[in-house]
Design a protein around this ligand. Structure first.
Ligand code: M6R
Length: 610
């Protein structure tokens, strides 16, 4: 995914655009660029590397333009380079475009344009779209119509913004499968791929729908479909402020977000947990309560960390509600002709609400007439809008590429859903109250774990040079082992694998020697003794054991070289606690190794391409 921002108004456009790019940089950071119109000329600056490289290019230059578009890129077509960076121009050099998504039929369009004498300088699909718009402009002499006609020719996905000296007081933006939001200020508009680039100026926004475009000029805006039908949009209020997207004194967003978890867990429960009655009230599910009552099977889908949350959800729902659950990678779901029956419910989990594979899984499920629910963080995102009903996790903006607070909030919401469904079935009030009390106590328990940050930093120093790690857990904590391994590899580039503890003997045990740290997630629960046996198997092969264990567990110190304690809680809630030390361990190892924690190589916050 990439970041787009466009501005038209009275401010200095370059300042607004650079501010926006810095806020959007977590979406992609291999090159950045901007175009403005100044004194009737289209000026474009672009540079491979992070936004700070673009800023260096602009240093010492004075600009007075009040209109412009900008982009920060995560490469899909064409390697990261100055030439492949956006904006791209048409052949006349009078039209500039920034684009997120993929133009799937770019090769045939390019061929058609080349046969008519058009030239290309980059390897991108976006340039093809720029040249195509220029081609249509020559015919219709109307920018909006040229953009619209070009988009009717395009297969694939786009969020885009277009600027041209032909009509210098206009920005045209459009979307299909890649988010675009328009911020409505006083005599100014900011169009962006997410709200973080907008809220410094206004909190009133409209969300473009798929196949919708907007034309912005100095005074007003209007929207229409790409098929040329005028549309009306509801104005929404973005409910977070600037402090939520700033580091607030922390060295990295990831660390800030790890430390926000006591609060984000509270926010996920706010107004939803009725402890005295042992139930959860989830307003977002009211429209589908009848369907939930009749559900025969639940299919949970998502990618990466959200998929791991889904795996915990499987254990929760099967245990508390006795409903069969399957968890499926969203990227596989639509390619295997999933069989969906009348009383099946699909739950899509996504922090961003924009992950292309998860969105495609939602669409596939809807096409097969399934009821589709969302567990999403970003309000107004595509998945939130395309699902039949759902529950927001309310974790606030997550900027660190490695997902942390979203995971624990997803787990809280999955527990609330399980409580709701369980109480609609056979779960007793007493058991419901016990679970609800456990949930309510979680924020304080997370705070206690965060107090151990220095101890975890020490462990990170000790193990930072290991080139491989194994993470092992059982039951509810098997998905946490996967999540711990994912956190480590994505931000520190150390190879790490997660396994169910008992599965180790079926292969990974061959890897164990004195150089292999093995992180065991071993809270006191009904399978604790089995995990201890697995730890012994590792110790007898000289593996170095780091254990996540329940406080007051003295036994574990006989087996593990290092122990990080978590407060006691119900087994089903342990993942919300055991994952916190693993997030911190990954974070501190990455920092020790000098890695860019918030913007790890090759990654982007949300993967909006297949
Ligand atoms: O926004 P989503 O939750 O749909 O994103 C899914 C994955 O791309 C995401 O969890 C990814 O694996 C993270 N980088 C993990 O930290």
């Amino acid at each position: 995914m990439c970041g787009i921002v466009g501005y038209i108004g009275k401010r200095n456009a370059v300042t607004v655009l650079l501010n926006g790019l810095q806020r959007l940089e977590y979406r992609g950071y291999d090159s950045a660029g901007l175009s403005i119109i100044e004194d009737g000329n289209l000026l474009t600056f672009k540079k491979q590397g992070k936004v700070k490289e673009l800023i260096k290019v602009l240093e010492g230059k004075e600009f007075k333009a009040n209109i412009g578009i900008a982009h920060t890129r995560w490469a899909t077509h064409g390697e990261p380079s100055d030439i492949n960076a956006h904006p791209h121009h048409d052949n006349s050099g009078n039209i500039a475009i920034v684009h997120n998504g993929i133009i799937e039929n770019y090769a045939s369009l390019k061929q058609m344009l080349i046969s008519k004498g058009y030239k290309f300088v980059s390897a991108t699909d976006t340039e093809v779209l720029a040249v195509l718009i220029g081609y249509f402009y020559e015919k219709v002499k109307d920018l909006e119509e040229a953009v619209r006609t070009a988009l009717t020719e395009v297969q694939g996905t786009f969020g885009l913004a277009v600027l041209s000296t032909y009509e210098p007081n206009k920005i045209i933006a459009a979307r299909r499968g890649s988010p675009m939001i328009v911020g409505l200020g006083e005599e100014e508009f900011i169009v962006a791929s997410d709200a973080s680039a907008i809220i410094q100026y206004t909190r009133q926004v409209i969300y473009l729908s798929d196949n919708e475009m907007v034309t912005l000029n100095n005074e007003n805006y209007y929207t229409k479909t790409i098929d040329n039908i005028r549309t009306n949009n509801i104005v929404h209020l973005v409910d977070f402020d600037l402090s939520k997207i700033e580091k607030g004194g922390f060295e990295h967003f990831m660390l800030k977000e790890i430390f926000e978890q006591p609060q984000t867990i509270r926010d996920a429960c706010r107004g939803r947990l009725i402890v005295e009655e042992g139930i959860a009230r989830l307003g977002g599910l009211l429209p589908v309560l009848d369907k939930l009552r009749e559900v025969d099977r639940i299919i949970i889908t998502g990618c990466g960390t959200s998929w791991h949350a889904g795996l915990v959800g499987e254990y929760l729902i099967e245990n508390l509600c006795e409903i069969p659950v399957e968890v499926e990678y969203a990227s596989e779901f639509r390619y295997r002709n999933p069989i969906l029956r009348k009383n099946d419910i699909v739950i899509a989990i996504s922090q961003s609400g924009e992950t292309a594979d998860t969105l495609a899984a939602v669409q596939e499920a809807k096409q097969k007439n399934a009821t589709v629910l969302g567990i999403v963080n970003v309000v107004g995102s595509s998945i939130a809008r395309q699902t039949d009903a759902g529950v927001y996790i309310h974790a606030g903006p997550e900027i660190g590429v490695a997902s942390t607070k979203a995971f624990t909030s997803q787990l809280v919401v999955l527990t609330l859903i399980s409580l709701l469904l369980g109480r609609m079935r056979n779960l007793s009030k007493i058991e419901g109250i016990r679970i609800a009390r456990g949930i309510k106590e979680l924020p304080e328990k997370v705070e206690k774990i965060l107090e151990k940050a220095d101890q975890i930093k020490e462990i990170a120093r000790e193990f930072k040079y290991s080139r491989n790690f194994l993470y092992l857990g059982r039951g509810y904590n098997f998905p946490v082992a996967l999540e711990g391994a994912l956190k480590l590899k994505e931000i520190s580039y150390i190879h790490a694998e997660g396994y169910p503890s008992a599965e180790m003997k079926h292969g990974p045990i061959a890897l164990i020697d004195e150089n292999m740290p093995v992180v065991f997630i071993a809270p006191k629960d009904e399978i604790y003794d089995k995990v201890i046996s697995n730890i012994e198997e590792v110790r007898s092969r000289k593996g170095r054991v780091i254990a996540i264990a329940t406080e007051n567990d003295e036994t574990i110190t006989r087996y593990a070289e290092r122990v990080i304690y978590i407060p006691d809680t119900l087994p089903m809630l342990t993942p919300i606690l055991t994952v916190i030390p693993l997030q911190l361990l990954a974070y501190y190892i990455a920092v020790e190794l000098g890695c860019n924690v918030d913007q790890p190589r090759n990654l982007a916050k949300s993967v909006t391409v297949e």
